[in-house]
Design a protein. Structure first.
Length: 220
């Protein structure tokens, strides 16, 4: 009797084992499927991010190309403007040369013989004598001329003061020629170059004396 009971129990146990194996296999399959689904979702997210990054890179590249294009246009416009400015300056210089005419002669009043002292614009007796000679020549020639008076300084003092001092020296000459010799003011122009056009070495006493001067140019 007991033997028959044991024999009867064997199929039941075997069936239970098979059932457990089948149940375990189903669970494993669901776990694997669930894992694959998660991985597929992550891969899809990564692909989406990659596509988004590529799109942003493409937009950035387009912007860089556009900026480079605008920069090149600006550079070209700047070069064109510079060329036009240089051409305009050249034409202005040519027009000025034509307007002022041909240089006939020049009288230079400098401090080499004590004509212009440091920081002074007063005319010395020698400077007046030179201007008297020039005025007498103009009257004898009776020429229709134009007089350009340039004021210059040495390198001492500030640039602003030197421009002012050069103007004062040129104005002193124009005033003398007008008041003492009746040369019309509209036939005389003055300009100050300050220290910008030295003819001597500002590092030496003699050079500075040469630079303290007024140049009177008679033009046809």
């Amino acid at each position: 009797m007991k033997e028959r009971t044991r024999l009867a129990l064997i199929p039941s146990v075997a069936l239970a084992g098979v059932g457990m194996l089948l149940a375990s296999g189903c669970a494993t399959k669901r776990y694997v499927n669930d894992g694959l689904s998660v991985q597929d979702s992550k891969i899809a997210d990564v692909e989406t991010q990659v596509e988004e990054n590529q799109r942003r890179i493409g937009e950035a590249s387009d912007k860089i190309v556009a900026v480079d294009g605008r920069a090149m246009d600006a550079q070209r416009i700047g070069k064109d403007a510079g060329t036009k400015a240089a051409q305009a300056e050249l034409k202005a210089g040519e027009a000025f040369d034509l307007a002022r005419g041909k240089l006939l002669y020049k009288v230079v009043l400098s401090d080499v013989a004590g004509r212009f002292s440091v920081d002074k614009s007063d005319l010395s007796d020698e400077s007046r004598g030179k201007l008297d000679e020039m005025a007498a020549r103009l009257k004898s020639e009776n020429a229709n001329v134009y007089i350009e008076i340039e004021g210059h300084t040495d390198g001492s003092g500030s640039e602003g003061w030197n421009l002012t001092l050069g103007q004062q020296r040129a104005e002193a000459v124009r005033r003398y020629l007008n008041m003492q010799h009746g040369i019309p003011l509209h036939r005389m122009s003055i300009i100050s170059f300050g220290e910008a056009k030295p003819i001597g070495d500002n590092g030496t006493k003699d050079g500075r004396a040469q630079n303290r001067r007024v140049e009177v140019k008679v033009l046809s």
